[in-house]
Design a protein around this ligand. Sequence first.
Ligand SMILES: [Zn+2]
Length: 441
Amino acid sequence: MSLDLKAISNTPFSIPDYHRNISMVVPSAFKCLDQDLGRRSLFDLPQAKRVLEANECKGAETAVVILVDTLGFTKLQEVSKWLFPIVKSHGFQLSSTCPTITSTCLMSAHTGLTPCEHGIVGHKIYIPEYDNIIDFLKMSPIDFETRDSLMRSGINFRKLSWNPSLYDLMNRDLVAHVGLIHHRILGTGLSNLLVDPKIRNDIGYANMIDLFAKAKKIIKNKTNKKIQQPKMLLNIYIGYLDELSHLYGPNSQEYLAGFHYFEIRLREFVKTLEKNGLSEKTTLFLFSDHGQVPIERILAFTKNDIEQLSKYLSFRPGRSGRAIHFYIKSEFLDEAKNFLSNFIGDKGVVYNFSDVIDFLGCPASNNHNIKRLQERFGDLIIFLKTGYHLELPKPTKKKKMDWIDRLMSPTVKFGSHGSLTLDELVVPCLASNVSKIAQKI
Ligand SMILES: [Zn+2]
């Protein structure tokens, strides 16, 4: 069941499909646990519904939802020995969001909504309430060294998302919700927007072995009635493939090794659940938020460019990886567009906000949202073609780095995402009762 995304004419880009989207996976997992949270799910699509029914997804006690950060569909086909054939027979392709950036994708995945509906339309975007660019992964203003400063700001930061998440809507008497997250990011960042920190049940893991051992233990506790609610949703977030892809590139040996390690651990996990009699009561959803493309060339503004550009800007630019947000003084909109189009040439496309509203999944009737959406998303947006990354000027001079800092520098990247190529947009989704997958081992 392949995805047919609408190509944007004269560009290498496609428009995300919000009718077959990563935002529909978690609402489907809740439906498998007999909770309809009123958000679009894969059960609304005849083709996907047939797959879910054939794989006996409904009726489980536990739904395990694994989100693997950075695993495009084509990449999976290229690198996988075991998982890809299972996705072919027990899953389908889904579309990511615009931009194809973790903060926006995770918000869509855990609210069941489009970027237009939840409002977190990028990674580092302008937020009028703070009059600053907010980094939504760090949950801090852009130049802050510390994470999570929004939580201490006194403003109700959870209102930055325009609608409640699935975990705000769920019935906690009927379903237990547990998150398994790497201990380095446990309790920090975007998760505070998604689940009320006061009622969150997240558990930290150290590595893949620890992760799947803990997952097994949690499922066993559920089956042995040590968890009081009749059903359980177990969310697992795996971030290290995204890190490897940024650091070494999606085509690197390092990414390949990282993927194989995950694949082997996942296969062992399925085997263990089967051996312990836990597979029939467990449904597994596995999907990704986006893919990545290799970075071959880094573009940068010259000093003259920056001088010229700053005349047009109402605020410094925001960034969602390979999508750049520009906030422009209205009288300079046409001049700024000409300037940016000349600068970027054939390496990307500059869009007016009005050209890209559709990319964000706005419902036709929701006109009053458009102005506040533009305030965040920007007046002009550059999407880069495959292979390119655009460096933005930093307002403060960084201190001289020693060799360790240079080696670890996050600005040196060999893979990235955020734009609208098919490698970034099309991701796999596996949905099946675990006992059905265990037959494939
Ligand atoms: Zn991501």
